[in-house]
Design a protein around this ligand. Structure first.
Ligand code: MG
Length: 352
């Protein structure tokens, strides 16, 4: 008798627990979060369990968007003339015992395409502190395609932006967020949280946010927990249209893709072939340039497999030229001004 009670209690507990996690995940999502005036179709509304959910648009969204019979979200004509940088789409869908609403942010795709990714923001020639919000502002002002930054997690699971695992000798992972939020950067500003950084980056729609998830120095479990926290915060912030993910840890990136199969995810370490990355649904690779100089065929192979090619950290003019000649999609650099000039010169000579 006691055994039966224990079994029932365990079952109820597990059921409650699974319910808690199920509701923590978004139940519907879009396959794409950017809008371009050149194409009416934005993305497909899909549910987590792969069935086609019954959905409808709510409020103002219904004036600017529509949903076709295959659950594709389409822009109405009125939307094309709208100058807003982004729009919130409110979708209602059926769940067991009622309906639920979810808001998705569609960003107008005016993202610059010039290959230039500012490494830790644009700091070297601007006087900004690397990885600061000021360095992000400089990258945006310069007109970089992307601004890269690094994310760690405090002991109490708050996400902070910093390159090293320590700030002024204080280890981020072993410290409480209250202590870390009081720490100042060289520029006198507080250590930024990911939440604040995303909020700032989402005020514009020309420079993408290249989010590096730093592997934990404590454990693999914390690396995976960090990946989960990052994806949850990006989704809560409705920042999917702005963010691409990178990491040296393959398991971190695979976890990101498990949580969001449409996330743009690129691997940094340099030890996976384009074939492996394509098989695992990656967006591309972001390898040290020396890896690509040794394995030049990976650039062509990546493009044939519809993967993007990025290289870090390219500061020498001759390496920039080498990658531009091979049509790398992105080049990550501490010298965005120089690379921007090179790209502009190439564009000018191609136009002649
Ligand atoms: Mg980095």
């Amino acid at each position: 008798m006691r055994k039966t009670t224990l079994l029932i209690t365990t079952f109820v507990f597990c059921w409650l627990l699974s319910g808690t996690f199920a509701t923590a995940q978004p139940m519907v999502k879009l396959t794409n979060y950017t809008y371009s005036p050149q194409r009416a179709s934005i993305g497909k509304i899909v549910s987590k369990n792969a069935t086609q959910p019954k959905v409808k648009l709510i409020g103002e969204s219904a004036k600017l968007f529509k949903i076709d019979r295959n659950n594709n979200l389409l822009a109405q004509k009125a939307f094309a003339n709208n100058n807003a940088k982004w729009h919130d789409v409110v979708i209602e869908f059926a769940i067991t015992g009622g309906t639920k609403r979810d808001t998705m942010r569609i960003v107008k795709d005016q993202f610059i395409q010039n290959k230039v990714i500012a490494h830790r923001g644009a700091w070297k020639n601007t006087g900004a502190t690397e990885n600061s919000i000021a360095a992000l502002h400089h990258a945006i002002k310069l007109g970089c395609e992307g601004s890269e930054f690094d994310v760690h997690m405090s002991a109490d699971s708050v996400l902070f932006i910093n390159h090293d695992p320590t700030v002024h000798g204080v280890p981020i992972e072993q410290s409480q967020s209250e202590e870390l939020s009081k720490m100042k950067l060289e520029n006198g500003k507080y250590l930024p949280t990911l939440e604040a950084y995303l909020k700032e980056g989402m005020k514009q729609n020309t420079t993408k946010l290249i989010l590096e998830i730093k592997p934990s120095v404590v454990s693999k479990e914390r690396s995976i927990a960090l990946a989960e926290k990052v994806v949850a915060l990006v989704h809560e912030s409705k920042a999917q249209g702005w963010v691409d993910y990178i990491s040296f840890d393959y398991d971190i990136l695979r976890r990101v893709l498990e949580l969001d199969s449409d996330a743009k995810v690129s691997y940094l370490k340099g030890d996976k072939s384009p074939e492996e990355l394509q098989r695992d649904n990656f967006y591309g690779f972001d390898y040290h340039f020396s890896v690509l100089q040794k394995q030049e065929n990976w650039i062509k192979e990546a493009h044939e497999r519809n993967l993007t090619v990025n290289a870090w950290t390219v500061n020498a003019p001759n390496v920039m030229d080498w990658l531009l000649e091979r049509n790398a999609d992105f080049i990550t650099t501490n010298e965005p001004e120089l690379l921007l000039q090179k790209v502009a010169n190439l564009k000018q000579s191609a136009g002649k």
